[in-house]
Ligand binder design. Structure first.
Ligand code: FE2
Length: 381
């Protein structure tokens, strides 16, 4: 019987800076497109056996590291790899239970402080860098940008003593399957999307929220701030005058890309809208307003590009106004910057958008996982 650790235990070890080796047995192409920080690729199939030479190569790679973990897509090949290593005398080798599929479901709940009364919890999906939120007040809460693992949001709300009374999405996401509509349906509460979502062919009923409309949750006002550019319907949510949930319009160290909806030909049109949304809408908020983005960039090596998992990913309007280079550009410079630097497309984004518009559906959990694999790619370079 192969010994295992859970992905959560692996996350804790990462956060504690413990020393260990992590051997990823997936094919090189899968590893290159997405892997856990610090992992080493040792491709190994479920039918393969380890030769004496291979075992020696692994031993020299480990260089005396005491703790060794193996991981693959689902934990099957990597369990077999543990067996093979043990047959060659390796000790203290464990498989990461459920592999990358389970790793993609590791979440952290991070309280966010503001100067006011709203209670905010950032729910971080560690592998992808997706950030969802609970905005709570007086035992009520809104859940915003909910992932498809809706129990993470239900459990977080229960742990904080909130009842979820409203669910919001900032926009039709391209990098992950939203759980917003399903959560709202299960709870029998409104599901809000910007009113322009209808024009993108959304096929289900939702509670359209218009420009500057306010929804009250407990004692807190959540105001829809229309910030098109990343998409045509994207809406930021201003919580009192304490915090603004910016979705993929503004991140703590970058801004959202603008060509996923508008296409490479119309990237300029999206960029012009994005410029206005940033400068006329978001930057007109007071300096003290806390910026809470929909994503944090995850590097090719699997690390948060800014901050650390389980620590708040946040900035303020004043800080981003002063520090973000892209916000120092003139409109013409800004538009050519976005037009000339189009990043790699997120995997499967057209299918993910179709699912989030309600016109397609993943066949099963396996397909949903497959569609979402890899880090988010929502920001402009
Ligand atoms: Fe997005």
């Amino acid at each position: 019987m192969v010994e295992a650790i859970t992905p959560e235990e692996l996350a804790d070890k990462q956060d504690a800076d413990e020393e260990f080796a992590l051997l990823d047995t997936r094919p090189e192409s899968s590893f290159e497109s997405w892997h856990i920080h610090g992992a080493t690729n040792v491709p190994f199939g479920p039918e393969e056996s380890l030769s004496e030479d291979d075992a020696e190569a692994v031993a020299s790679m480990l260089d005396g590291t005491d703790e060794v973990f193996t991981i693959c897509a689902k934990g099957i090949s990597s369990s077999h790899f543990v067996d093979e290593l043990e047959a060659h005398g390796f000790e203290n080798v464990k498989v990461v239970e459920g592999g990358m599929e389970a790793w993609s479901q590791v979440y952290e709940r991070v309280p966010i402080e503001t100067s006011g009364d709203a209670e905010l919890v950032q729910i971080q999906r560690r592998s992808k860098g997706c950030l969802g939120y609970l905005v709570g007040s007086d035992s009520e809460a809104a859940a915003i940008d909910v992932s498809r693992h809706i129990d993470e949001f239900r459990d977080a709300a229960a742990a904080h003593g909130y009842e979820i009374t409203h669910v919001f999405d900032t926009h039709i996401h391209a990098d992950h399957i939203s759980g917003g509509r399903r959560l709202a349906d299960e709870l029998g509460v409104p599901y809000h999307l910007g009113d322009r979502a209808r024009k993108r062919g959304v096929e289900y009923e939702y509670d359209a929220i218009g420009r500057n409309e306010v929804v009250r949750v407990g004692e807190v006002d959540i105001k829809a701030v229309y910030t098109p550019g990343h998409t045509s319907e994207i809406t930021s949510y201003l919580v009192n005058d304490e915090a603004v949930l910016t979705g993929d319009t503004l991140f703590v160290d970058s801004i959202g890309r603008t060509e996923l909806e508008f296409g490479d030909e119309d990237v300029g049109k999206g960029a012009e809208m994005q410029y206005d949304s940033l400068h006329k809408m978001l930057m007109s908020d007071p300096d003290s307003v806390v910026v809470l983005p929909g994503h944090v960039t995850v590097t090719e090596d699997g690390q948060f590009a800014h901050g650390h998992p389980a620590a708040p990913i946040r900035s303020t309007i004043g800080d981003v106004r002063r520090e973000l280079d892209v916000l120092q550009l003139s409109e013409a410079e800004f538009v050519s910057h976005l037009t000339e630097n189009v990043p790699e497309k997120p995997p499967n984004y057209e299918t993910v958008i179709a699912i989030n518009r309600g016109v397609d559906e993943p066949e099963d959990e396996e397909e949903a996982t497959e569609l979402e694999l890899g880090p988010n790619r929502c920001s402009a370079p």
